[in-house]
Each structure stands twice: as structure tokens, then as C-alpha cells.
Design a protein around this ligand. Structure first.
Ligand code: ADP
Ligand code: MG
Ligand code: MG
Length: 883
């Protein structure tokens, strides 16, 4: 087998596209060598050796040792040195490198090959004894730390004690003799603590380091990181062994990192830092303040230390040549590591640079405009989910944070406000123009008005798909959910975290992007949708096939969504209107009504309110399709629950609290999700559906009169399991439409369709499509009913399921292709067999999840519908799915 891949001197056995085998670092070192760039020669031991290592009781393939020896000789030849030679030693670095960059793996060991003999040779050849011993002490420190498990801080303590004794403050105060002295002390400490002398044999050092890299693949840190980032264990890591170049050889040497473009703004200018007379990670370690690379950055930062452009003009010119070449070659912004040894620049790493969403947009658009990539490439360069960062205000990254607790990052954006513990209080303070954060143990549909009135929502219970999280995302409000460290005491009006107590009225900030809860008001940065955003979204729109609609219940939602490019409303949940202001009282009257007649009386009061809502929505949507769903939740959700609330409501309604309590008890269900809801309400109380249909049609007539534009009206019946249910409700709707047409002399165009959200409806789709003119897959309910898992109760075991690998992702976040997806496919196929032009969409949380959007594209849906703030994400995901 081939277990070693060499690089250096303008050629390499590997290439950039061999990253699976060579790891990211190894593949790119090979690529740079092939490009003729100055890369210190070396070789990569591929990931296949890591796989072998774990499959064979931590042993190596038998040819490995000989292949490594040969490669070392080759590197020695290229550098004119010899590994282990006491007079002319080759020194190397040992670097780990997985396919994906992975913190948690073994740190790099530099200067390997140094021992008591070779250090003297290094001193002699360089003519700089201080440099040689500085290198040696670095090597002992790194090797002990990562290979022998003798931690860094031991050496720091020795160094501090030494400096104190000598009256030194800076490392630069130490001269060659001091380092010689310290190296002795370091070695003594290692021998004392580990029971063995520090290894002097360079080959033993090398194999120790190689073994440490492979072993670190299975350390706890790496395993945790892999779990969090879905990196398979089977990938393994590669090991890179590379000839050392020295940035610590005095004032003409340096080490640095640079990005070909600014990673936070995307500005097309070299951006980076370097340190003179330093090695390895000194730049990022923050031991000394690094210097700017370019002169313009130095001027901007006001630093009095010279830029690399001024201090090392030749190396700077070379870096400029190389970065330009690398960016052209990789056709993307690069993140590079380099070292300058006595004026000569060496490249040590390059990779696609991490960047903010804002920078990613600018870079993609500019690369396309520069002709380096085409527009479709640009569209694929942006992670759809990352757009979320751009659409909400965020905390100023430079502000000091007093984090009091951390929960789940349930809905992005950040907000500050006074703590309130009830939704009514939130609404009241909001009406007075105050900004509030609603803090609840959990929320329910009764909190909608409070959530609307708040800047953000904090709950101590519930997961990423809890009521609070879903509704907040829908509203585009920040939410931190499941913040279990906080104890809320509604009675006292306090919340406690450890020993800290906050009262109602105290100001806090929540960061829904990180899950942090912070004390006090934080400075915010407002989102700005730049020209780049619009440009890129325009390119995305050119290629996507799926339409993107919005789930919008209010004019505010609808306007936001139009701004974000929504092409219609895919789901308008009429019941959300029932909670607005004082309407809930009328709704309750309707529910408490003892007979049809009094129910109709209450409905008659609701009619004008619903109609007014629809008129406004239809006007905003200007002829775009609007899907209005009839009442869906169980009536019980509209009633008060606790005794105190019941009494309060009864008083306000002038009703008998006992009767209210009785009715609430009557309506209570063991399983509301599978209970008296959806079309079942319309079938038992047709007058409710009739009122809603009338409000819809009258509003359409009114809106058409005002705008002169025909409303794209779609009336949707929820939760059907049989065609008969649908037919019954549709008959009522049609009859109402005819009545309104007659009364107003209009000729309304509309369609009646259904939600497909029960497995039976998927199976019977062929039958249902005989009557239904469109389908909208309600994948939230379809997921609940397919798995038999209630979303509201899943939090207690979903985590365990994901931990144990039963679910790789939460099926309420990303559609389960295998099961739920199969039902969707069946539904689409059977539906279209009956009615070839059947319009099919999806509404619900999945509509804004990029992986689910890709699924919807694959199965040929016409549109996805999602919450307003996810509309751009869905547009981009739909475009990527089409490419
Ligand atoms: P990481 O994966 O953490 O970035 P690297 O393997 O890139 O670790 O090593 C960190 C740093 O060590 C590099 O940026 C470089 O400064 C230094 N380094 C690694 N190999 C060499 C070498 N052969 N010569 C000089 N410096 C090196
Ligand atoms: Mg690196
Ligand atoms: Mg539903």
C-alpha cells in the first residue's frame, strides 16, 4: 500500500481534490507545491493509516516505517539536511489535519528533532545560540504537552519563577544562557513528573508525535466536536510532517496569518497580522500584539508599529503575488498561514476562509463580478441558514457581555427590555410605549398578544420546537428557550439564577442567536440588507423552480414577507386573529353559547373583525395567492385554565364562573392534538366555517373594489382524513361564496383545497383530489402523526434520541425523508394522478429549513411556505436545490 505522499520543490504526489485521503491541510500543501509556491518540503501520512490504526489495535501498516524513512531522506535531500544528524539536523513540524478543520485534535509540534546535540548544531549553523535554545524550549514544551501529557502550565510556572528571580518581565529579556538554563530545568521537570527522561532520539520523537496525532482522533474533545458538527468518526485524520522554517531567527524573520479578503466585511483587500521574530501560533496566542500586514490597515488602526508592507517590502510583495494567485486558483477567499525566515517567505497553509454572512455575500457577488466564478457558483457559495444573521439586530460584538445564563438559541436576533412575567402586563406596558422581554416558564396560544407586544421571549422550559420557539420564529422575534438555570417565581415577580435575582422591570437582553441572557441593555447593530444581498437573491430567483410563500397571519407579517420577496401567503392561520385585543372575549362567548342561535349571534360580532383583517391582508398581497385556513385548534385553547383566570374572565364577560369552568372542563381533552379540532370543528359547528367563509369572501369583494386587482383566493380546510369530510365543508364554502356573489353582484374566483397532514389523507390523496383543488402539506402535524410523537411532549426524550443516534436530526426541524417524506411523495403522486394540475405546497416549520426545501424541490412541489424571516433562506435554498 501507499502510506506516504510527499510534497515540495514544485511538485507533490497529492492534489487539492484529495482531501478525503490527505486531509484539508495536506491536500492544500500538495496543491501549493504543485503550483510552484514556496512550501517547505514534507509528506502526508493519509487518513487511511488512521483507519488502519483503529482497525488493527493501534498498530501501523508494516510498510509505513520504511516509507516514512524514505520520505524523510527525500525531504533531507531537498533541504540539504538530514533528520537526526548531529551536525546538520533536519527539523520538522508534525501537524494533524482532518478533512474538515477540527479543533480538539492534537496541537502542532514544532522543531521536532532537537535534542542536546542537535540544538548545538542549530546554534552553530545559525550563529544564534539564543534562537537555537528558544526553539528547543518551545519544542520541549509542545512535545511534553501534546505527546507526554505534561501540561503547558508547568513550564510557565518554571519560567515565571525564573523571571522573578532574575528581575525580568518580558521573554525578550532572557538571553541565550537563560534559555540554556531553562531548557535544563524543563527537562528535569519532565523526568521528575513523568518518570522518564525527555526523549533524545529524533526517531522516537517523531513516532511519538505521529502516534499522538492518531490517538487524538479519539480524545474526548475531538469526539464532542464531531458529534456537534456531524463529522463521521470513520473519516480519520491525516498527519503532516514538514521541514521547519524559522520565523524566530531575528528581526528579518516573522510569522503571520492573512486572509485574501476581509473576513468580517468581505472588503477585497488583504487582511492580516504578523509578528516579527516569532514562531507558530504566537500571533493568535496573544503573547505580543501583532502588527498589521498592509500599510493602509496600519493607518486605520493607528498602530505605531510598522506594517509588513513597510518593514519587509520584499516578503510583502511576494505575499501579494501569492495571495492573488491562490485566490484565482481556488476561486475563493483564502485564509493563509506563512512564515518568513531571514527575509524569505514560506507558505504553510491555505484554506477557504471562514467569514460572516455579510462578508460571504459581498465576496460571492464580487467574485462573480470579477469573473472568477459565475452567478450560479455565487448562489451556491452562501449557506442559506446564515442569512438569518443578516435579518435581525445583533449585539455589538465589541460590547462587554454580562452573561447571566444560557438557554437554547431558539429564534435569532437580540433584544433588550424590561422583564415582564405575564402577557397581559407585556401588552399593557407595550401600549405605554415601553420595551419588554416576556419571561415565562413556557408559553401557550394565550400568550400570543404578549409575545406580539414584547421585544423578545425568554422561557425556562421547552426546546427548539416549543410553542415559544415556533411562534417567536414566525414573528421574527428573538427567543431564548429552555433556559433551565433560571427559576421564575410568578408570585413574587422575580427570576433567580444562582445567587442573582432579577425583578419585573429590571432590564435584560436576550441573544437568540447564541442563547445568552445578559444583564442590562446592550448596544445593538441594526441589520441592513445591502445591495449585495439583493443582487445575490436576484441571481437565486433566476434559477429556482419552487415558489416561496409566507406563513402570515397579520398585516405586519405580510408586509415583512413582501419586503423579503414572498410570492404569496401559503398559510394564514385565522385563529391567531382571535387572540387580538378584546376579540378573545367574543370568541369565548361563541364557545360558551348553548345553542346554535346564540353561537350565531356571537359569530355575527366576530364577522366584521375577521373581514377587516382579511381586507387588509388581501390589499397588501395585491393579487398574489393567499391561502386562508379555517379554524384549526381545539376550542379549549381559547378558554382560561386556572381558577383565578376563569373568575377574571367570567367577571369581564358578565358570566357565571361555574358555567365557564364547566364548559372548560367539558372541552378539555386527553389528546387535544388528536381531538376536536381542524375540519372536525367545521363539521360539528358549520356556522363557524360559514362565518369565516363569509368574512373571507366579503373581504375579497371589498379588496378587489379597492385595488382593482383580483385576489388570489385559496380557502383551505385543515386536518381531513377522508374525502367526505372535505366535501361537506367545501359545500358550505361554495354555498357561502354563491350567497356573497349574489348579494354583491360579483363573480369571485377562488379555489378550495385542503391541508394534507394525516397519513390517511396522504394515502387517500387520489380520492381527495377529486374535490380538492390544491394540497398543502402540513408537515408539522404529519410528522407528529406519522411518528406518533406529540411535538409538545417530545422535548423530554428527543435529546436522548438524537444522542443515541436514533434520530440524526430533529424531525420537527428537518423533514424525515424516509418516512414522512415517503408519505408526501405518495400524496403528491396520487393527487396529481387524479388532477394533473393540482397545486401542491408545504406550510409549517419545514418550509424554511434548507434541507427540507431541497426535498420539496425534488418531489416537485409548486411552493414552500415559511415564516417571514425565513423567506430569503427558502429562496436561496430553493435556488441551490435547482442547481
Ligand atoms: P492548526 O491546524 O492549528 O492551524 P498548524 O499545523 O497549521 O496548526 O500549525 C500551526 C502553526 O505552526 C502554523 O500556522 C505555522 O505558523 C507553524 N508551523 C507549522 N509547521 C511549520 C513549519 N514546518 N515551519 C514553521 N512553522 C510551522
Ligand atoms: Mg494552521
Ligand atoms: Mg396542522
Amino acid at each position: 500500500g501507499k502510506w506516504v505522499y510527499t510534497f515540495g520543490d514544485g511538485k507533490a504526489e497529492g492534489r487539492a481534490n484529495m482531501r478525503d485521503l490527505l486531509g484539508g491541510k495536506g491536500a492544500n500543501l500538495a496543491e501549493m507545491a504543485n503550483l510552484g509556491l514556496p512550501v517547505p518540503p514534507g509528506f502526508t501520512i493519509p487518513t487511511s493509516v488512521c483507519t488502519y490504526f483503529y482497525a488493527n489495535g493501534k498498530t501501523y501498516p508494516k510498510e509505513l516505517q520504511a516509507q516514512v524513512e524514505r520520505a524523510l531522506e527525500h525531504v533531507g535531500k531537498l533541504t540539504g539536511k538530514k533528520f537526526g544528524d548531529p551536525k546538520n539536523p533536519l527539523l520538522v513540524s508534525v501537524r494533524s489535519g482532518a478533512r474538515a478543520s477540527m479543533p480538539g485534535m492534537m496541537d502542532t509540534v514544532l522543531n521536532l528533532g532537537l535534542n542536546d546535540e542537535t540544538v548545538e548544531a542549530l546554534a552553530e549553523k545559525s550563529g544564534d545560540r539564543r534562537f537555537a535554545y528558544d526553539s528547543y524550549r518551545r519544542f520541549i514544551t509542545m512535545y511534553s504537552d501534546v505527546v507526554l501529557g505534561f501540561e503547558h502550565h508547568h513550564f510557565e510556572e518554571i519560567l515565571d519563577a525564573y523571571k522573578d528571580a532574575k528581575g525580568f518581565t518580558l521573554d525578550t529579556d532572557l538571553d541565550a544562557d537563560d534559555w540554556v538554563d531553562l531548557v535544563g530545568q524543563y527537562k528535569d521537570a519532565v523526568a521528575r513528573e513523568t518518570g522518564e527522561d525527555f526523549p533524545q532520539d529524533p526517531h522516537a520523537q517523531l513516532w511519538g508525535a505521529i502516534g499522538a496525532v492518531f490517538s487524538s482522533w479519539m480524545n474526548a474533545r475531538a469526539m464532542t466536536y464531531r458529534r456537534l458538527h456531524d463529522i463521521p468518526e470513520s473519516w480519520g485524520t491525516a498527519v503532516n510532517v514538514q521541514a521547519m522554517v524559522f520565523g524566530n531567527m531575528g528581526e528579518t524573520s516573522a510569522t503571520g496569518v492573512a486572509f485574501t479578503r476581509n473576513p468580517s466585511t468581505g472588503e477585497s483587500r488583504l487582511y492580516g497580522e504578523f509578528l516579527i521574530n516569532a514562531q507558530g501560533e504566537d500571533v493568535v496566542a496573544g503573547i505580543r500584539t501583532p502588527q498589521d500586514i498592509t500599510e493602509y490597515a496600519r493607518i486605520e488602526s493607528g498602530s505605531d508599529k510598522p506594517s509588513m508592507e513597510m518593514a519587509m517590502p520584499d516578503a510583502f510583495k511576494e505575499l501579494t503575488r501569492i495571495y492573488t494567485l491562490l485566490e484565482k486558483h481556488y476561486r475563493d477567499m483564502q485564509d493563509m498561514e506563512f512564515t518568513i525566515e531571514q527575509g524569505k517567505l514560506w507558505m504553510l497553509q491555505t484554506r477557504g476562509g471562514k467569514r460572516t454572512a455579510k462578508a460571504a455575500l459581498r465576496i460571492a457577488v464580487e467574485l462573480a463580478n470579477e469573473g472568477l466564478i459565475n452567478r450560479q457558483d455565487a448562489v451556491t457559495r452562501i449557506e442559506p441558514g446564515s442569512l438569518d444573521q443578516l435579518l435581525h439586530p445583533t449585539i455589538d460584538p465589541n460590547a462587554k457581555r454580562d452573561v447571566i445564563a444560557t438557554g437554547l438559541p431558539a429564534s435569532p436576533g437580540a433584544a433588550s427590555g424590561e422583564i415582564v412575567f405575564s402577557s397581559d402586563e407585556a401588552a399593557k406596558l407595550h401600549a405605554d410605549g415601553r420595551k419588554v422581554i416576556l419571561v415565562r416558564i413556557e408559553t401557550s396560544p394565550e400568550d400570543i398578544h404578549g409575545m406580539h407586544a414584547s421585544e423578545g421571549i425568554l422561557t425556562t422550559r421547552g426546546g427548539m420546537t416549543s410553542h415559544a420557539a415556533v411562534v417567536a420564529r414566525g414573528m421574527g422575534k428573538p427567543c431564548v428557550s429552555g433556559c433551565g438555570a433560571i427559576r421564575v417565581d410568578y408570585g413574587r415577580g422575580t427570576m433567580m439564577i444562582g445567587s442573582r435575582t432579577f425583578k419585573a422591570g429590571d432590564i435584560i437582553t436576550i441573544d437568540g442567536g447564541t442563547g445568552q441572557v445578559l444583564a442590562g441593555k446592550m448596544p445593538m447593530i441594526e441589520p441592513e440588507l445591502s445591495g449585495d444581498f439583493n443582487t445575490l437573491m436576484g441571481w437565486a430567483d433566476e434559477v429556482r423552480k419552487l415558489k416561496v410563500r409566507v406563513n402570515a397571519d397579520t398585516p405586519v407579517d405580510a408586509r415583512t414577507a413582501i419586503k423579503f420577496g414572498a410570492e404569496g401567503i401559503g398559510l394564514c392561520r385565522t385563529e391567531h386573529m382571535f387572540f387580538e385585543d378584546t376579540r378573545i372575549r367574543t370568541v369565548r362567548e361563541m364557545i360558551l353559547a348553548e345553542d346554535e342561535q346564540s353561537r350565531r349571534a356571537a359569530l355575527a360580532k366576530l364577522l366584521p373583525m375577521q373581514r377587516a383583517d382579511f381586507v387588509e391582508l388581501f390589499e397588501i398581497m395585491k393579487g398574489l395567492p393567499v391561502t386562508v385556513r379555517l379554524l384549526d385548534p381545539p376550542l379549549h385553547e381559547f378558554l382560561p385554565h386556572s381558577q383565578a383566570e376563569i373568575e377574571e374572565v367570567a367577571r369581564a364577560m358578565n358570566a357565571d364562573p361555574r358555567r365557564l369552568a364547566d364548559r372548560a372542563r367539558e372541552l378539555a381533552e386527553f389528546n387535544p392534538m388528536l381531538g376536536f379540532r381542524g375540519c372536525r370543528l367545521a363539521i360539528a359547528y358549520p356556522e363557524i366555517a360559514e362565518m369565516q367563509a363569509r368574512a373571507i369572501f366579503e373581504a375579497a369583494v371589498e379588496a378587489e373594489k379597492r385595488t382593482g386587482e383580483q385576489v388570489g383566493l385559496e380557502v383551505m380546510v385543515p386536518l381531513i382524513a377522508t374525502r367526505a369530510e372535505f366535501d361537506l365543508v367545501k359545500a358550505r364554502i361554495d354555498a357561502t361564496a354563491q350567497a356573497v356573489n349574489r348579494e354583491t353582484g360579483s363573480d369571485l374566483k377562488y379555489q378550495v383545497g385542503t391541508m394534507i397532514e394525516l397519513p390517511r389523507a396522504c394515502l387517500m390523496a387520489g380520492d381527495v383530489a377529486e374535490s380538492a383543488e390544491f394540497f398543502s402539506f402540513g408537515t408539522n402535524d404529519l410528522t407528529q402523526t406519522t411518528f406518533g410523537i406529540s411535538r409538545d411532549d417530545a422535548a423530554s426524550f428527543l435529546g436522548t434520541y438524537i444522542e443515541k443516534g436514533i434520530f440524526t436530526v430533529d424531525p420537527f426541524v428537518s423533514v424525515d425523508r424516509d418516512g414522512v417524506g415517503e408519505l408526501v411523495k405518495i400524496g403528491v403522486d396520487r393527487g396529481r394522478k387524479t388532477r394533473p394540475n393540482l397545486k401542491v405546497g408545504i406550510c409549517g416549520e419545514h418550509g424554511g429549513d434548507p434541507a427540507s426545501v431541497a426535498f420539496c424541490h425534488e418531489v416537485g412541489l409548486n411552493y414552500v411556505s415559511c415564516s417571514p424571516y425565513r423567506v430569503p433562506i427558502a429562496r436561496l435554498a430553493a435556488a441551490q436545490a435547482a442547481l
